[in-house]
Design a protein around this ligand. Structure first.
Ligand code: SR1
Length: 374
């Protein structure tokens, strides 16, 4: 016997079906962007990605992570790299590093290579828009998350981490001006073509406008695989050009490899009248800062290991399917010799005991990351 479903009953059945369907969809957490679950299935896929809800962390262990570096020379880069390694290890990932040895076109090819090799996530270190944009867009199409450090790129969905570069330059330049009594002749060591340098330059220009009695008498700087040595040689030449005490009041070095080279040249020439103000802090830098014979007396910096760790956290946020901001700025601290111990040599791992705000940053940390022990 056929039974007829009347209008009211039909409405109840339809409503029930709709509610069941809605519950199923929300439990699966359908997503189409920011995750890499589809990597390897071809570029530009629009297939929805099914993943665990945000309060139940997906097991992220075993992810293959690529780090593409424009250069890895110098102690800042080495300590940054050890921060990256440490954090990738924490999440149980496998890190492969590509180093372009300051060759921007090599860096562009390495980034494309990392995309073609279907890494689960990509980190970049330095590079510029011309070098990185094509590869980053390709990664985006392939649903491979990317987090950059120190690059002037603005691509929606790509997170870029930077230090408070302008602030670091201001902190050290203000100290220089104070120590010099607002007047004197300075040497600037800086180079164009790197995102952090361009930001530091903004502060430098403002500084020269503010302190009209401070004159730049020489400027140079270039980055290579032997930056500190090259800087030392150039600084030696400048010291010969300005041989008298008082000819040079101070040196502003916008990168620690520059500061090391300048400080060694000044110290070896026995010029005790010239002070060096730098940017960055590594174990080797700290040793020089603590040495009372070294002319390098102050620096502004973010812990390079923290930078690496934080960058990795943002990449894992993306792999987890979290919403991430496109720009992350890291707060620098100011380190002056006067705040450091005089009776023992310390490492950057101990610097936090003397300089508030140094190291151990929890930026980028999420509740769900607690299950991955530090
Ligand atoms: C050549 S760029 C060197 C700088 O990159 C990082 O931002 C470090 O702070 C270093 O000073």
């Amino acid at each position: 016997m056929k039974q007829r479903i009347h209008g009211k009953q039909r409405f109840v059945v339809m409503l029930t079906l709709l509610l069941v369907l809605a519950a199923l969809v929300s439990a699966c957490g359908v997503k189409t962007a920011g995750s890499n679950e589809n990597a390897g299935k071809g570029a530009g896929t629009t297939e929805p990605v099914i993943e665990a809800p945000a309060d139940q962390p997906t097991d992220l262990k075993g992810k293959k992570i690529a780090l593409v570096m424009e250069f890895n020379s110098g102690t800042f880069s080495q300590q940054y790299l050890s921060g990256v390694k440490e954090e990738v290890e924490r999440f149980g990932g496998e890190l492969t590093t590509f180093v372009a040895e300051t060759d921007k076109s090599k860096m562009a090819s390495q980034l494309e290579m990392a995309v073609n090799q279907k890494f689960d996530g990509i980190l970049t270190d330095h590079g510029d828009a011309a070098t990185l944009t094509a590869g980053m867009n390709k990664a985006k199409q392939a649903n491979i998350p990317v987090v950059a450090f120190d690059a002037l790129v603005e691509i929606p969905g790509i997170t870029v981490v930077e230090q408070g570069d302008q602030k670091m330059a201001e902190m050290t330049l203000e100290q220089l001006a104070k120590d010099a009594g607002g007047k004197g002749n300075i040497v600037k060591i800086w180079t164009a073509g790197f995102a952090p340098m361009e930001r530091r330059q903004v502060a430098y220009e403002a500084f020269l406008k503010k302190y009209t009695d401070i004159k730049e008498i020489a400027a140079f700087g270039s980055v290579s695989s032997s930056t500190a040595l090259d800087t030392q040689a150039k600084m030696e030449a400048i010291l010969k050009q300005y041989p008298k005490e008082g000819d040079i009041t101070a040196v502003w070095a916008s990168y620690d490899e520059f500061a090391k080279g300048a400080a060694r040249a000044i110290q070896q020439a026995g010029r005790t009248d010239i002070k060096v103000y730098g940017i960055d802090m590594s174990d080797e830098d700290l040793q020089m800062l603590q040495d009372p014979k070294s002319p390098w007396i102050a620096s502004a910096a973010v812990d390079p290991k923290d930078i690496g760790r934080i960058q990795v956290r943002y990449l894992y946020q993306k792999l987890h399917g979290d919403q991430t901001e496109d720009k992350v700025i890291l707060e620098p601290v100011y380190v002056h010799r006067d705040t450091l111990p005089t009776d023992k040599q310390i490492s950057t791992d101990e610097l936090g005991q003397y300089v508030k705000g140094w190291g151990g940053s929890s930026q980028g940390e999420q509740d769900w990351m607690k299950e991955y022990k530090k």
